[in-house]
Ligand binder design. Structure first.
Ligand code: CDP
Length: 806
């Protein structure tokens, strides 16, 4: 070896594999406006669809007259529920085991519900036609309050279920009841509460909010009558699921349905399920024989496609006098709107909500969730959250603060006392989850040292005294949170969607010249999958990441997969990618042994090559082996170098984090300034630290928006009062605070590369951290819990209630 021979480390760096801050390859097209989104698609003869929607939240439909709409120049057809009944598509199944109207059938159940679909030769003509559909309504009593849904005499939302005593998840208690779901040990928990030294109880509400991706939901359906084939381009986070569900609903054979998800401008759970717009476009294309495009506008997106949260949690914790938690219980009413269209794994009507014991060592716990119908839009999606984990983290992290306050302990000290210890992993929680790995105390200490927590508390003490003396009108709040996530749905024994086991897949083909393509069943919506999957392959196979193309979102080419949501791409498809690489590598090793005339076992792997043990001068690089795979394979071996892996994870992964936030609240205006936000995340092995940082920045910005201002609000008549960005807070660069990010690394023991998911973590940990900070500002004045969102008005009102404006 001469001095010019690159070292192993130099060769590894050139690959830009795992751990490298590789620049995002997709940005080359995105920053030049060359992305290819659904609305960029223009097909010859394409028509456009638009909806007539209900102004009422609850009303009987007496009559629909489409004459004037049909007479608008350019309008080709108008579809109503009566039209859809002729093809048995007036209702569609939901992912949650319920059924949902595609177009209003007999009555409307929420404001802006789809009533008629107008198809025209331009979007404007379709909109003009939609305005002229005449609908005669008879208004009905409205209920938008989930806490009143099961009251005697409450308006009956779902007349179609009137006589059904059983739902998809067992017995129904009331005509507006969807399911009751529980976990944990009720008897043991009640006994622990009965003998507890100290208990707290608080109604903690996580308001209804909306993922609001920049690109709204949309599709183009094109039915080829001659071939009997349907091609559907759309904003789909789970293209294969759309194909299977589409086939089951339409009875078009699955191999004749081609689902393509091109570039997607943000999903956040909003683009997992099936919407009436997709069904109507497909029917419209079948009826008209030409492609039909549907693009929803912002108001439609905010008020009708899948919302998130709307959990009303009656939360209790029990502890000893010296601050050791002994039990927790939570009774939750979950508002699912007019149809149960939640995007959860089928067996989990309340998602993974039983992660609610969080990062703490609770000996016993119990949760019960009742899902109810109200006159609101359906949804309940995993908005940057692994199925109700965000709600769980908010409840436990607020409750831990409330208990610390009651005990007179510092919230950090109280948490440290109860965090699961390193030696307890793998740790089985009171709800039966097995947390794979963690080192919580190291993370917590690092976070507290990074912000100099003690100094912050001393500063706060001085400020509080100054406030009491009337020298300042500003309150300082410190929010601290320690969260545990559960991501990577999922082990097929625990998770399925409509019976399809939740695994995921990767197919890798290495070409003769040592470049290759990886196709996956997941679908990036901005997370940078084209960049990061190639990095896994680069490290596993010793080929430069730049030589690997990554393709997702085409059901004709990708192996079957369950899609991207709930931070499942890295835990499941990242693992499938590594496992497919290992199959390829095993074959390459046999080829190398043949070429070097040694036994397989006499070879060792070094970065990008197999070399003879003890004789590293004799080697074959992966690029050479790729060529050989198409040229001189050992006798009896199939030529080629490709592999496919379907990965069924043995467990979820459990990322965690310690977040600290400092706010200054002006009690006279309610204005809250975020002075500092520090986020330490542990997602196991880090594939691309730059992308992780971007994920944390984005997720924290969404958390800031939710905690400080977002709410999909309804008035008593069921009108959505926050259906546009004039009323629904979307922070810009001006409002968004500066983020400080940090990490520890505790690999997952069961994941082939030790990686856990990260995309959801900042939203899960961020929301309670902001809320704890605002609540902490007022805590010394006797306030226990101020509900989110902490906008100026609510914060001012909280100050008013505490008599601070006297
Ligand atoms: O499923 P989704 O892509 O939304 O979430 P994820 O699996 O948490 O990954 C989000 C992005 O962060 C992807 O580009 C991952 O490759 C990257 N990531 C990473 O670099 N290292 C990790 N340990 C986890 C995610």
């Amino acid at each position: 070896m001469n001095d010019m021979t690159p070292t192993s480390a130099e060769r590894a760096a050139k690959l830009e594999g795992m751990g490298c801050k590789r620049k995002r390859v997709e940005d080359i097209r995105f920053v030049q406006g060359k992305g290819n989104y659904v609305d960029d698609l223009k097909l010859p003869g394409m028509l456009y669809g638009d909806f007539n929607r209900s102004p009422h939240a609850h009303a009987r439909i007496k009559k629909i007259d489409t004459t004037k709409a049909a007479a608008v120049p350019g309008v080709v057809a108008v579809i109503t529920a009566e039209t859809l009944k002729t093809v048995n598509l007036a209702w569609m199944p939901t992912l949650a085991g319920d059924v949902q109207m595609v177009l209003a059938d007999g009555k409307v159940l929420f404001q802006n519900q789809e009533v008629a679909f107008v198809i025209a030769d331009s979007r404007d003509a379709a909109a003009d036609g939609a305005d002229l559909v005449e609908v005669e309504y008879e208004p009905l009593p409205v209920n938008v309050n989930p806490l009143k849904a099961m009251a005697q005499g409450a308006p009956m939302i779902r007349e179609d279920l009137k006589d059904k005593t059983d739902g998809a998840h067992g017995k129904r208690k009331h005509y507006n009841h969807i399911f009751a779901w529980q976990a944990g040990d009720k008897a043991a928990t009640d006994a622990a509460f009965a003998k507890a030294d100290v208990t707290i109880r608080e109604l903690i509400v996580y308001p209804r909010c909306h993922p609001c991706p920049l690109e709204t939901c949309q599709c183009v359906a094109s039915f080829d009558k001659i071939k009997g084939e349907l091609t559907l381009w759309g904003t789909f986070q789970a293209p294969h699921v759309i194909r299977t569900v589409g086939s089951l609903i339409s009875k078009i054979p699955e191999h004749k349905i081609h689902v393509i998800a091109p570039d997607i401008g943000g999903g956040f759970g909003n683009k997992v399920g099936a919407y009436p717009g997709y069904i109507c476009s497909i029917v419209a294309s079948i009826v008209t024989g030409v492609p039909v495009k549907w693009v929803e506008d912002r108001i439609e997106n905010l008020s009708t496609t899948a919302f998130a949260r709307d959990f009303h949690m009656d939360m209790e914790i029990a502890a000893t006098k010296d601050g050791k938690v002994t039990a927790m219980r939570c009774y939750t009413i979950a508002d699912h709107g007019a149809f149960d269209a939640c995007a959860n794994a089928t067996k989990w009507p309340a998602g993974l909500f039983s992660i609610i014991s969080g990062a703490y060592d609770f000996p016993t716990a119990h949760v019960l969730v009742d899902g109810v119908y109200t006159n609101k839009a359906p949804g309940g999606v995993a908005y940057r959250c692994s199925f109700r984990v965000t709600e769980a983290a908010y409840a436990i992290e607020r409750a831990m603060d409330i208990m610390a306050q009651k005990l007179g302990m510092d919230p950090a000290e109280f948490r440290i006392k109860n965090l699961i210890r390193r030696e307890q992993f793998p740790y089985t929680s009171a709800f039966g989850w097995q947390y794979d790995s963690g080192d919580y105390h190291t993370a917590m200490n690092k976070a507290m040292e990074a912000v100099n927590y003690k100094k912050l508390r001393a500063e706060q003490k001085a400020k509080r005294e100054a406030f009491k003396r009337g020298e300042t009108r500003e309150l300082m709040g410190i929010g601290i949170v320690f969260f545990t996530e559960i991501v990577g749905a999922g082990p097929s024994r625990a998770c399925d969607i409509l019976g399809i086991a939740m695994f995921d897949s990767a197919e890798i083909r290495i070409h003769p010249t040592g470049s290759g393509i990886c196709r996956l069943g997941t679908k990036s919506q901005g997370q940078g999958h084209e960049t990061t999957y190639a990095q896994i392959i680069a490290t596993e196979l010793g080929l430069p990441a730049d030589n690997i193309a990554v393709e997702e979102g085409n059901t004709d080419t990708a192996p079957y997969g369950l899609g991207t949501y709930g931070s499942r791409s890295t835990p499941v498809s990242g693992a499938a990618t590594a496992m497919a690489c290992r199959k390829i590598k095993a074959k390459a090793q046999m080829i190398a042994a043949y070429m070097l005339e040694v036994h397989d076992d006499d070879l060792e792997w070094d970065v990008d090559r197999f070399q003879v043990k003890g004789n590293p001068e004799r080697f074959k690089t992966m690029t050479e082996l790729a060529w050989a795979a198409y040229h001189e394979v050992p006798p009896g071996m199939e030529p080629g170098l490709e592999a496919i892996n379907y990965y069924d994870p043995p467990n979820f992964t459990f990322p965690f984090g310690a977040y600290i936030c400092v706010v200054d609240v002006d009690v006279d205006t309610g204005t809250t300034k975020v002075r500092r936000f520090y986020a330490l995340d542990d997602c196991g092995t880090r594939i691309n630290p730059m992308i992780i940082e971007g994920q944390i920045h984005g997720g924290l910005t969404e958390a800031f928006a939710i905690a400080m201002g977002q709410e999909i609000h309804y008035d008593d008549e069921g009108n959505v009062t926050t259906a546009s960005f004039m009323d629904y807070f979307l922070p810009t660069a001006v409002e968004t605070p500066h983020w400080e990010t940090d990490w520890t690394t505790t690999p997952s023991p069961h994941h082939p590369i030790g990686a856990k998911g990260v995309g959801e973590s900042p939203n899960v940990g961020g929301v309670p951290c902001f809320s704890n900070a605002v609540n902490d500002a007022f805590a010394f004045l006797g306030s226990t819990h101020i509900q989110m969102p902490h906008d100026h008005w609510r914060t001012w009102t909280a100050a008013e209630k505490l008599g601070l404006h006297a």
